[in-house]
Design a protein around this ligand. Structure first.
Ligand SMILES: [Zn+2]
Length: 411
């Protein structure tokens, strides 16, 4: 498999072209409406004649001042803090700390514990490099991530994603992600698809693309840049609980790392464009290939429907990350949806159900852990998640039961 990647990729010639919307333009659109420009920022886009682009999406975890207290901690069957350390020593997150973070030993230690939550259950033999520091961010923003994003034509990325999952029995659903010829998606009026998929550089490493190749395309060995706000009082050690009124730094770090690894939706690119009344041609993310409407005729119930139903790439439309065996609600857009970036689970502050660490907000005094849905989402888009599929399936079955019960309660 890797040989064919190399052969394919070596034939690529990389050219550059500008994006239709620059980061500055989008920031301007947002700031004109008095909304923090952190919501979505598309950076410079670089494109090759084989359909490769480079772009960046910035996201933020929003501080919820409501103190919902809904983080029950009941656990959806799997919490990363429990059990033995499973790190095989193959997957590594390297943190390149900026001056402020490097000078804050408790913060750096908390960041490393957050990285370990992911490292303990990811087995891909890759190194993910993250630049991180503390900085003054916008009001209400705890942290932000700018992943390095690389785009290829739909089938050139869908193929490796499917191949990557082929050796995992519990990932059979991935083979039913349609090829470009069979793909359809629901978009707001005026929008169209470019025919490309955007993935984080880290995600592409997990799919099996060589680090050297990706570093060359991106002109950097870095995979993402994470910033934590200096405008909040963080608790850097949650081992003794989180001090009332303070925010758990490790939770924010684990969340931002999830985005760096690949948890994002192109709905967050569409949302400000809808808000601005400027439809455009858009890409989709790997996670978007599992994004379907919730509770409509377009909500798949079978593998056959998963293979053929349109993906939901629309803000302000109830949607799930749906693999048939499980479905988890997603947020629907910062500006035109439920006021949360769509690259997140549905906010527990709205639903009463905490799905995982990719929840869009965090109340003071609470810890959220990387949980089964978070790992599962990455599993589907190209990561190798341990424990092995057999035991993983048993865990998944337990979660299905819990999820069904929760749906029942919330309806
Ligand atoms: Zn986020």
């Amino acid at each position: 498999m890797k040989t064919s990647f190399a052969r394919h990729l070596l034939t690529m010639t990389f050219l550059l072209r500008a994006s239709t919307l620059s980061a500055l333009e989008i920031s301007s659109l947002l700031s004109e409406r008095g909304i923090e420009s952190d919501s979505v920022v598309l950076g410079m886009r670089v494109t090759s004649n084989t359909g490769l682009h480079l772009a960046s999406v910035q996201e933020s975890i929003f501080h919820s001042g409501s103190g919902s207290g809904l983080d029950s901690g009941s656990g959806a069957g799997l919490t990363s803090a429990s059990g033995p350390t499973l790190n095989l020593g193959t997957f590594d997150i390297q943190i390149n700390a900026g001056a402020t973070l490097a000078g804050n030993a408790p913060a750096l230690a908390a960041f490393n514990r957050a990285a370990l939550q992911w490292e303990n259950r990811i087995a891909d033999p890759i190194t993910v490099k993250i630049n991180a520091d503390l900085a003054s961010l916008g009001a209400g923003i705890l942290g932000s991530t700018v992943p390095v994003l690389i785009t290829g034509s739909y089938d050139s990325l869908r193929g490796p994603m499917v191949a990557d999952a082929a050796d995992e029995a519990d990932d059979a659903i991935v083979a039913s992600v349609p090829t470009a010829a069979g793909f359809s998606g629901l978009l707001p009026v005026g929008f169209s698809f470019t025919g490309d998929i955007v993935a984080t550089k880290a995600n592409l490493k997990a799919m099996g693309f060589s680090t050297a190749l990706l570093d060359g395309i991106a002109f950097t060995t870095n995979d993402a840049t994470i910033r934590f706000s200096t405008n909040f009082t963080f608790d850097f050690d949650n081992s003794d609980g989180v001090t009332a009124g303070q925010t758990d730094f490790e939770t924010v770090a684990a969340h931002e790392i999830g985005h760096a690894l690949g948890f994002f939706s192109f709905v967050d690119v569409i949302d400000p464009l809808v808000n601005a009344g400027t439809p455009d041609a858009v890409d989709v993310s790997p996670l978007d290939l599992f994004r379907f409407e919730e509770g409509t005729a377009n909500d798949p119930a079978t593998v056959a429907e998963f293979a053929t139903f349109p993906r939901s790439i629309q803000p302000n439309v109830a949607a799930n990350t749906d693999e048939i065996a499980n479905e988890w609600r997603m947020s629907t857009g910062r500006l035109t949806g439920d006021a949360r970036q769509a690259s997140h689970w549905r906010d527990d502050a709205l639903s009463g159900t905490l799905i995982g660490v990719m929840d869009p907000s965090l109340s003071t005094g609470l810890v959220e852990l990387v949980d089964f849905p978070d790992f599962r989402a990455l599993d589907l888009i190209g990561y190798e998640i341990i424990p092995e599929p057999g035991s993983f399936l048993l865990l998944a079955i337990g979660v299905v039961g819990i999820a069904a019960a929760r749906r029942h309660r919330t309806r």
